[in-house]
Design a protein around this ligand. Structure first.
Ligand code: COA
Length: 691
C-alpha cells in the first residue's frame, strides 16, 4: 500500500494520504504527494486535483518522531510539496475529514481551496509540543484569517471546529462527504477557469495592522506563557507576517521553528506527549480483556467533587444520577452544577444549547433506587474510611451485579474499601482532581483484587470522558498525593529555616508552577491540610512542622478566611507581617537560627524529594513507569509541562544531585527522606529511568 494513493475521478486526480494511524506526513507521504502533484500537473487529462486522507482523517501533522529526532528532515520536506502546489497551474482542493492538524493543516492551507466535513477539526497545535508551525502555517493562517485570529488560535494550539474555520476564512465550504464537495468544487474551478487562490500571496488581512495589536496580545499572553519559548515566537512570527516582505517573513518563521525545535522545552513537551499515550498501555492487560460499556453512571455525593464528576459524565453524553442523603444537600449540589454551566455559557466556552443538553443528563436522587441501572457508581463522599466502607456495603447491595464500584478517595486504602463488598474484583479507585470537570488527570487505582476488566473499563472510561488516565497501585496517597507530602512538608521546613511564603511561592512560580505551594495550601484550606496530616501516622523519627497547626489555631485557614500564609483582598494575596512573626516564633521555639535561603536551595529542596519519592513509587510498582509519574504531575499538580514532569526534570537536572540533596536531608528529616535505592543505583551508573 503506497503512502499516497493516486487515482482519477474523471478529470480530477485524487491524492489520498494513507499512513496509519493518523496520516502523519512522513518522508514516504511527502514523496508520494510530490510525485502525485507532479504527475497531475503533467497529465493532460487531469484538470484539477483533490488532496485527502484515508480512514476518515486528513493528516495529524508532521511525524512527531521525525521532528523529535532533531535531524534535518530528508527531502522532499513539506515546504517543497507546498511549493509544487503553489507553482501548479491546476486547482488543488483539500478534502478534510477528521483532523487536519499541524503540518497536515499547513498542507491544506497551501492548497487553493479547502472543503471540510462539519465534524472536522483543524488547527496548528505545535505550541503544545514546544514548537511553532514550520511550514508557513503562521504566515498563511494570518493572511487568510487575519492576525488576531491567528494569534489566538496558534498560541493556544486550539483545534477549531470546521464551522469556526469557515467563519474565519480558513475553509471555503462545508460538505458531506467532503470528498464529494471537494470534487465538485475542483470541477467547477477548472471549468470556470477560476483564479487559483494562493494563501501566501494574499495581503488584504495583513495590511496596516496596528503594532498595538501585538503589544496588547503580548500583555494578555504574559500570565499564561511566562517562561515558555514557543508562544512568544509564534507572536513574533505572526507579527513578521504583517510587517516584513513575504520571503523575509517566511524565513523568519523558519528561524523561529529551528530555535524552538532545538530547545529543551520542545524535548520536554514531546516527552509528555508520548508519555500520555504510553500511560494507557497496561502490561499484562491483553487485547482479549475488553472494557465494560458504560451507558449510565451514578455519583454518590453532590459536594464540589461529586458535582464536578457528574458534569464530566454529562459533558461526555453519559446519563448520570447524583445521590445525596438530604434533599437540601442534593439541591445545593445541583445548583452548583447549574451555576457552573451558566458560568461557562457566560464566558462563551459553552453554548446554551450544549449546557442544557448536559444538564438534562444529570438527575438528582435522595435514595438508592437509581443505582440499579448504573454500569459504574462513583463514590465521592467524605474522606473517611469508615464512612466509605458503609457506603460501599450499601452500594454492593443496591447496584447491578455487573456494576463497577469506584471510589474517588485521594489517599485511602482501596482494599479496605473493597473488603466491605462482595465484589472486590469490581472495586477500583477513580481519583478525580478538583475541579473534576476541568482537570484532565484521572488517577485510577487498582486494589489487590481489582480485575483486569475493571481496570480496562476505567482506563477506557477516561478517554470517553476526555481525561488522561494513569494507573496507580494502592498505597497511602497513590502516586500524586504520596509524593506531594514531601514537597509540602519541605515548604514548611524552609519557612522555619528562614524563607518567607512569598519567596517560596515566587521561586516555584518562577519555575513554572501556576501557583506556589503555600498559595495552594491557602486555596485548599489549611484546616483541610492539617486534618489530612493528623490522619497520617508519621514515623517517630520524622521531622514535622507546627506551622500549619499554629496558623489554623489563629484562624488563618486560607483564602476562605481572608488570611492564611497571606492576607487576602479578594483573591489577591498580600504578604503579611503577622504570618512572618508567627513563623519566626516557630523558628525560635524550635531553636532554629534563621538564615538567608538561596532560591536555588528552595528549588532543590522542594523538587528533589519529589523525584526521590517518585523513584520509590516506580520501584515499588505503584507507578508502572517513571513517565506515568510525569503525566500525573503535569496534568494534576500544575508541574510545568515544558519541564517534562518531575522524573524527566530530575534526569535533566542530574539524578546524582538529587541523591546528594536527599543524603543531606535524611539525618535531620528521618528515614523516609533517604535516597531511594533505585535512584542511588541510577545515579551511580549514570543511567536514566528507562535505560
Ligand atoms: N506523529 C506521529 N505519531 C502520532 C502523531 C504524529 N503527528 N499524532 C499521533 N500519533 C500517534 C500517537 O502517538 C498514537 O500512537 P500509539 O497508538 O502508538 O500510542 C497514535 O498516533 C494515535 O494517536 P492518539 O493521540 O492516541 O489518538 P487520538 O485519536 O486520541 O488523537 C490526534 C488523534 C491526531 C488528535 C492526536 O494524536 C494529536 O493531537 N496528535 C498530534 C497532532 C500535532 O500536534 N501535530 C503537530 C505535529 S508537529
Amino acid at each position: 500500500m503506497p503512502a499516497v494513493n493516486y487515482r482519477l475521478e474523471g478529470e480530477v486526480a485524487v491524492l489520498t494520504i494513507a499512513n496509519p494511524p493518523v496520516n502523519a506526513l512522513s518522508l514516504a507521504v511527502r514523496e508520494g504527494l510530490l510525485q502525485g502533484l507532479q504527475r497531475a500537473e503533467q497529465e493532460r487529462a487531469v484538470r484539477a486535483v483533490v488532496v485527502t486522507g484515508a480512514d476518515g482523517t486528513f493528516a495529524a501533522g508532521a511525524d512527531i518522531n521525525e521532528v523529535a529526532s532533531g535531524l534535518v528532515l530528508q527531502s522532499p520536506i513539506t515546504r517543497e510539496v507546498q511549493a509544487q502546489m503553489e507553482a501548479g497551474t491546476k486547482p488543488i482542493v483539500a478534502a478534510i475529514e477528521g483532523v487536519a492538524l499541524g503540518g497536515g493543516f499547513e498542507l491544506a492551507l497551501a492548497c487553493h481551496f479547502r472543503v471540510a466535513a462539519a465534524s472536522a477539526r483543524v488547527g496548528l497545535p505545535e505550541v503544545k509540543l514546544g514548537l511553532i508551525p514550520g511550514a508557513g502555517g503562521t504566515q498563511r493562517f494570518t493572511r487568510l484569517a487575519g492576525p488576531q485570529a491567528a494569534l489566538e488560535a496558534i498560541t493556544s494550539g486550539a483545534h477549531l471546529p470546521a464551522a469556526r474555520a469557515l467563519e474565519l476564512g480558513l475553509v471555503d465550504e462545508l460538505a458531506e462527504p467532503p470528498l464529494a464537495g471537494a470534487l465538485a468544487l475542483a470541477r467547477r474551478a477548472a471549468a470556470e477557469g477560476r483564479p487559483l487562490r494562493i494563501a501566501s500571496d494574499l495581503s488584504e488581512r495583513i495590511r496596516d495592522v496596528s503594532p498595538e495589536l501585538f503589544a496588547a496580545f503580548r500583555r494578555r499572553l504574559e500570565p499564561k506563557a511566562r517562561g515558555q519559548l514557543a508562544p512568544w515566537r509564534i507572536v513574533d512570527s505572526i507579527e513578521a507576517a504583517c510587517t516584513l516582505p513575504k520571503e523575509a517573513a517566511f524565513a523568519r518563521e523558519r528561524e523561529y521553528f529551528i530555535e524552538c525545535r532545538d530547545s529543551p522545552q520542545r524535548q520536554a513537551l514531546v516527552h509528555v506527549f508520548f508519555a500520555e499515550r504510553e500511560a494507557r498501555k497496561i502490561p499484562g492487560l491483553g487485547a482479549q480483556v475488553s472494557a465494560l460499556p458504560i451507558r449510565r453512571a451514578a455519583v454518590i455525593g453532590a459536594g464540589t467533587m461529586g458535582a464536578g464528576i457528574a458534569m464530566t459524565f454529562a459533558n461526555a453524553g453519559i446519563p448520570v444520577s447524583v445521590l445525596e442523603l438530604s434533599g437540601e444537600a442534593l439541591e445545593r449540589g445541583l445548583s452548583l452544577v447549574r451555576s457552573n454551566y451558566d458560568g461557562s455559557v457566560a464566558r462563551g466556552s459553552l453554548t446554551r444549547e450544549r449546557a442544557e443538553r448536559a444538564l438534562a443528563l444529570i438527575q438528582g436522587w435522595t435514595g438508592y433506587q437509581a443505582l440499579g441501572t448504573a454500569d459504574i457508581v462513583i463514590e465521592a463522599v467524605f474522606e473517611d474510611l469508615k464512612v466509605k466502607q458503609q457506603v460501599f456495603a450499601r452500594l454492593d447491595q443496591e447496584a447491578a451485579p455487573h456494576a463497577i464500584l469506584a471510589t474517588n478517595t485521594s489517599t485511602l486504602d482501596i482494599d479496605a474499601i473493597a473488603a466491605s463488598t462482595s465484589r472486590p474484583e469490581r472495586v477500583v479507585g477513580t481519583h478525580f482532581f478538583s475541579p473534576a470537570n476541568v482537570m484532565r488527570l484521572l488517577e485510577n487505582v487498582r486494589g489487590k483484587h481489582t480485575s483486569p476488566q475493571t481496570i480496562a473499563t476505567v482506563m477506557a472510561l477516561a478517554r470517553t470522558l476526555g481525561k488522561i488516565a494513569v494507573l496507580a497501585g494502592n498505597c497511602d496517597g497513590f502516586i500524586g498525593n504520596r509524593m506531594l507530602m514531601f514537597y509540602g512538608a519541605q515548604a514548611e521546613f524552609l519557612l522555619e529555616e528562614g524563607a518567607t511564603p512569598e519567596q517560596i511561592d515566587r521561586v516555584m512560580e518562577g519555575f513554572g508552577f501556576a501557583m506556589g505551594p503555600l498559595a495552594v495550601r491557602d486555596l485548599a484550606g489549611n484546616d483541610v491540610g492539617l486534618a489530612i496530616r493528623k490522619g497520617r501516622r508519621l514515623p517517630p523519627d520524622e521531622r514535622w512542622s507546627p506551622i500549619l497547626e499554629r496558623l489554623v489555631g489563629e484562624g488563618r485557614l486560607g483564602q476562605k478566611a481572608g488570611k492564611g500564609f497571606y492576607r487576602y483582598e479578594g483573591r489577591t494575596r498580600i504578604p503579611d507581617a503577622e504570618v512572618l512573626a508567627l513563623i519566626e516564633g516557630v523558628s525560635r521555639d524550635l531553636g532554629i537560627q534563621r538564615r538567608q535561603i538561596p532560591d536555588e536551595e528552595i528549588l532543590d529542596r522542594l523538587l528533589h524529594p519529589l523525584v526521590n519519592e517518585g523513584a520509590r513509587v516506580v520501584e515499588e510498582g505503584i507507578a508502572i513507569r517513571a513517565s506515568d509519574v510525569d503525566v500525573v504531575y503535569v496534568n494534576g499538580y500544575g508541574f510545568p509541562a515544558y519541564k517534562g514532569g518531575p522524573m524527566y526534570w530530575g534526569r535533566q537536572a542530574g539524578l546524582a544531585r538529587v541523591v546528594q540533596t536527599m543524603r543531606r536531608l535524611a539525618p535531620t528529616h528521618g528515614a523516609r527522606w533517604r535516597p531511594a535505592p533505585l535512584l542511588e543505583r541510577l545515579a551511580a551508573s549514570g543511567k536514566g529511568w528507562n535505560d
